[in-house]
Design a protein around this ligand. Sequence first.
Ligand SMILES: [Zn+2]
Length: 402
Amino acid sequence: MTEYILPFLNDDIKKILSNLVVDKTNKDKFHINGKFMPVIETYVSKHEKTTVQLRKTNAVVYKACERSTTPFIRVNANCTLCSENCRYTFTIQKDPFEDKESTKEYTDALVSITNNHTHNGIVRLTGQLREETAQEIKHSFNGSSKKYQLSQIAKGLNPPSVQALRKCHSQYTQQQSVNISTNIVIQNDVNISVNEAKLNDNNQNQKTITNKYSSDFYTNIITVSETYRGCIIGNKINGYVQEVSTYPSLKLSIFTEKQFESINKTPEKNRILHFDATGSLVSIPQQYTKNLFNGGYKRILNYFMLLKNYNQSIVVDGKTKHKTAIVGEYITSQHDVLSISSFLTIFKDNYEKCYPNEILKFRLVCIDYSWASIHAVLKALNHETVIDSSIPWQYFSASIIG
Ligand SMILES: [Zn+2]
């Protein structure tokens, strides 16, 4: 037998008591008629996280009790989905409406059940229940779906499978981790053109951030960066452009928390990182910088970090698997160890901010024969792994790896 206390809203108790018929032999005893069982079913299903279907066998109200042990309300019911007898008794001891001054909104009902449900009445984890379950797993059970399930079973409840709970929990944490919550609309000073980027078409009720862009490319960089910061919301870091430096050289460190997620989801021993610079993909016409300072910027290159999984696909967003994933980019006009290693340090520090229990490591870093890159990678990433010699670092020429 299982027992638990279920607080009912007094308004719902009123609904249950809306149709009473006096007993033929006892003027203080009333039979509860009408279709009130769905009200109780909703409470039970929500509490037990199980679909139940209850048929009343007896439901009575005692307006004046002869003995103090006689409850105010007693409802007996059977679960009709169960093949074997699964009997429910609901009792509310005192009349919640007796005290007219009372401001209490809830009244406790004692629920007793004779047997566990035999049917597969596992409630589908949808909507609000899904979110509540995931939150409970996360906050009360340290993310362990198994522990959550065991605790539900110990309470005599009929929880979903561990796999279903895990899925529910991981989807919830993924949704929590990075949310693209807005549409971005960037328009120029004089409204000549409107450049609209819809990052998430599924959600129609998004707010829209509108920012202006100007003919000044510095202002544009800040505007776009700020717009992303308002739209891409992570747990620890927001936005896409994480660092901007414009003098004396141009430096943009670009990555999102979502990209870190793909590194984190790839086992450390399988992480292969390709680090390379594209030839002049980004170019800012000299007229914009040369008049600001002597010589303007040197050639601007786009460095990218491409993650590969040693023997399988990388899980990037829970559903889709990709063979490779760009996990970070760096746009700069300064191509020396100082510049590249400062980007890698920012990248590493931010990753470790998102995953405080982990030190960012790769099994293999593939770079071309650029001494600046090799030294920068060693300087920024490897000083931790020199100690941990179990994960050897190897450097290959891009031509060998292909
Ligand atoms: Zn049942």
